[in-house]
Ligand binder design. Sequence first.
Ligand SMILES: Nc1ncnc2c1ncn2[C@@H]1O[C@H](COP(=O)(O)OP(=O)(O)OP(=O)(O)O)[C@@H](O)[C@H]1O
Ligand SMILES: [Mg+2]
Length: 229
Amino acid sequence: MFTITVLNQKGGCGKTTLSQCMAAAAYAAGHRVAVLDLDEQGASHGIFRDEVEPGRFKKEDFFVASFNGRDADLKSYRDLCQIFSDQGYDFLILDLPPKLVSQEHIVSTITDITLVPMFISNQDLKSTLKTVDVLNAAGVTSLVIPSRVPTSKSDKKYPKYQDVLKSLTAHDGAAVSSVEITDRAEYVDVGDGLFPPLDAPKTAAGKETVKLFALIHEMLKRLNQLKAA
Ligand SMILES: Nc1ncnc2c1ncn2[C@@H]1O[C@H](COP(=O)(O)OP(=O)(O)OP(=O)(O)O)[C@@H](O)[C@H]1O
Ligand SMILES: [Mg+2]
């Protein structure tokens, strides 16, 4: 089983959207997926409370739930991963709330890759670079995913956008995904149990979601080979 953690200490940068899109893409590619929301607001009464209705997914292959990660220790996380691994899941996706970045040492022991979505703006640059630094110091492999990227070419050429992207890619230890999550209305529905990439796989959002998942899956397989060597 591969464990993917999605985090950024910045709130509202697209963590939940990215988590659910990756889960949908993994499921669409034929994998068994569990996605857990670790926000304490969604799970203050213990493990697996507030299970989100998996909609038209077959429950045994696609599992969505909350888990209160705020006070969880390393053993709880390890046990949690073990449960899903034992049940034959191929992917466990952990959607972390902003402040859980302080649990980087726990994350480092349970995750195979950490995705850091970032809205490409000066406002979000600082907190994202801090997040990347903290993850690097803990030895976590991370990939920054530009999120809510403007779709119009003129916006993308906007000098500030390019400057922020340059500062990000030039930062020591920041790996930036070549596949981006653009700012599209189709993503806004994600979170209501709707998965645009599956509902409309031919849309631009569906295509980029599938492409991003393929890139991440490839990275995970390579990381595994490196570990085994
Ligand atoms: N690619 C996108 N295009 C358009 N809207 C988006 C996109 N990504 C996220 N949004 C919207 O931005 C808002 C915040 O996104 P999301 O909830 O995924 O962020 P988050 O990082 O999980 O937030 P939090 O820190 O509160 O957990 C939501 O209303 C969501 O619908
Ligand atoms: Mg969220």
